[in-house]
Design a protein around this ligand. Structure first.
Ligand code: BMP
Length: 273
């Protein structure tokens, strides 16, 4: 059982984005990230305004917003300051180093300018980290590698996952952890997760309290299964929080509070088990 508290782990990280996330989690007593996957800027902002008090992080897919304008990220940054949450653009970079550096810094979205954390598929090898790091490190940004996915039949298993952990170990100033379904410290190591002396942030999607899947390959586990059973740090919840009617902001806020409570209760159970 991985028993290290979020507060005690801040000192294990030099990366400013990793430290900020752990500080916010402790300050707000929240290990909930809400993934705001909606296509209208107005809905995007209304959901963030509703869930803001309950989350340590807002995860975005900024490229699905149909009426995107640069001012939207400035509003997002203002909400991040108002409600005290980190921003994680779930971009899943997966190209050669030179291309991902351009995609991260430039284009319409200029992700490196506003997103504390982003992520990458390990599939191109270490150069994907080198490219992103050349843009993000100097800005105090952090990277998560997709070591595992939540979908049925995902190819992210075995030696692929092990190689993702190796890539992270070689870049600990920038790679702060993983998108994964379990802890990763013991992968490729002969010790248990909590005795390696390593500290990766484990952010885990595929979390839901009411359903087991979405009919399109997504697989859900409960916050308790994810945090106590698998030792993960942050639960990422999308549709389980905001459903299909985005105008019901009181209900959305209630769902966010429900997931915050469940996630934190599970974390306290893990610490004291
Ligand atoms: P939902 O809770 O509505 O299923 O949303 C999950 C979110 O997490 C989506 O934004 C998806 O892109 C992301 N995600 C995932 O579901 N599984 C993964 O393995 C990696 C992800 O980034």
């Amino acid at each position: 059982m991985y028993k290290h508290s979020y507060a005690s782990r801040i000192q294990n990280h030099t990366n400013p984005a990793a430290r900020l996330l752990l500080e916010i989690m402790e300050r707000k007593q929240s290990n909930l990230a809400v993934s705001v996957d909606v296509t209208k800027a107005q809905d995007f902002l209304a959901i963030i305004d509703a869930v803001g008090p309950y989350v340590c992080m807002i995860k975005t897919h900024v490229d699905v917003i149909e009426d995107f304008e640069p001012s939207l990220v400035r509003t997002l940054q203002a909400l991040s300051a108002k409600y005290d949450f980190c921003i994680f653009e779930d971009r899943k970079f997966a190209d050669i180093g030179n291309t991902v550096a351009l995609q991260y810094a430039s284009g319409v979205y200029k992700i490196a300018e506003w997103s504390h954390l982003t992520n990458a598929h390990p599939v191109p090898g270490p150069s994907v980290v080198t490219g992103l790091k050349s843009v993000g490190l100097q800005r105090g940004r952090g990277l998560l590698l997709l070591a595992e996915m939540s979908t049925a039949g995902a190819l992210t298993t075995g030696s692929y996952t092990e190689d993702a952990v190796k890539m992270a170990r070689a870049n600990r100033d920038f790679v702060v952890g993983f998108i994964a379904q379990r802890r990763m410290e013991s992968v490729g190591a002969s010790k248990t997760d909590d005795t390696t002396g390593e500290d990766f942030l484990i952010l885990t999607p595929g979390v839901g309290l009411d359903v087991k899947g979405d009919g399109m390959g997504q697989q859900y586990r409960t916050p308790r299964e994810v945090v106590v059973g698998a030792g993960c740090d942050v639960i990422i919840v999308g549709r389980g929080v905001y459903g299909t009617d985005y105008s019901l902001t009181a209900k959305i806020a209630g769902q966010a509070k429900r997931y915050q409570d469940e996630g934190w209760k599970a974390y306290l159970e893990r610490l004291t088990a």
